[in-house]
Design a protein around this ligand. Structure first.
Ligand SMILES: [Fe+2]
Ligand SMILES: [Fe+2]
Length: 248
């Protein structure tokens, strides 16, 4: 039995593609088919696959049906995390989504999923992504403070949601955690954040995130072990559409 993760599928079977990089980048060519083939080779029915957000370009649930059906047909148990592009997923409607798509899909928000003796916890997260102002040597010299203040509020809201997920698991007796975020746990200015501190507080073994796609962004946040927590980036193009094994 294994736990796998990958994010940023950005499916668009029924909707308009909004990122030009996805149209022209080689890594994105037939990515749905490459990913489907890799899953068929790697994932067994008893395995669990966490999809780390940005599932679909669809603007609402009706426009995501084919994308969710594609995910449904992948092997193993599927757990979905909310990404910034998942417009179909209103946080308040998570229980309805879970009722509608059970038992094939589980939507992870303000709840948790069990994997062996681990609790899989998570939320979308958030990080301030600029705009940053650079000097002629491309060093950051300043940033948009209004945007930064706005981002702070979103970070706080996501921290509350993440704690809810942890506390739901803890109330059921879990002490071992794998923590999922769609956004990276830190931005390019930070070495720690409310999310890294929470991971340390709950003694999390691994933090798994996505969202950073395109080669220039693969090193935006923490990769490897910091303060006893292991951090992995799982955006689909970074993994070349091969899900990453998180646990055996
Ligand atoms: Fe994305
Ligand atoms: Fe994203």
């Amino acid at each position: 039995m294994s736990l796998y993760a990958i994010g940023d599928l950005h499916l668009h079977f029924q909707s308009e593609l909004k990122a030009p990089g996805q149209l022209y980048g080689r890594v994105w060519k037939n990515h749905e088919e490459k990913f489907r083939r890799n899953c068929a080779k790697m994932i067994r029915p008893e395995d669990t696959l966490v999809l780390v957000g940005d599932h679909s370009w669809g603007k609402n649930l009706a426009q995501c049906q084919a994308d969710l059906q594609y995910i449904r047909e992948l092997p193993g148990r599927k757990i979905l995390l909310r990404g910034n592009h998942d417009m179909f997923w209103d946080v308040k409607k998570t229980p309805q989504l879970n009722a509608q798509f059970a038992p094939d899909l589980f939507f992870l928000q303000d709840n948790y999923a069990a994997y062996q003796d681990y609790a899989i916890v998570g939320t979308k997260g958030y990080t301030f992504e600029g705009p940053f102002y650079l000097d002629h040597r491309r060093r950051i010299i300043d940033w948009d403070e209004k945007e930064e203040a706005h981002a702070k509020k979103l970070v706080e809201r996501e921290a509350v949601r993440l704690r809810k997920s942890f506390e739901a698991a803890r109330a059921d007796g879990y002490t071992r955690y794998v923590m999922f975020l769609h956004y990276p746990p830190t931005n390019i200015l930070q070495t720690e954040s409310v999310f890294t501190r929470m991971a340390e507080e709950y003694d999390v073994e691994q933090v798994v995130y996505a969202h950073s796609h395109g080669e220039s962004r693969f090193n935006d946040s923490i990769l490897g072990t910091m303060n006893g927590v292991h951090y992995s980036l799982t955006s689909g193009d970074f993994l070349r559409w091969k899900p990453m094994k998180i646990l055996d």
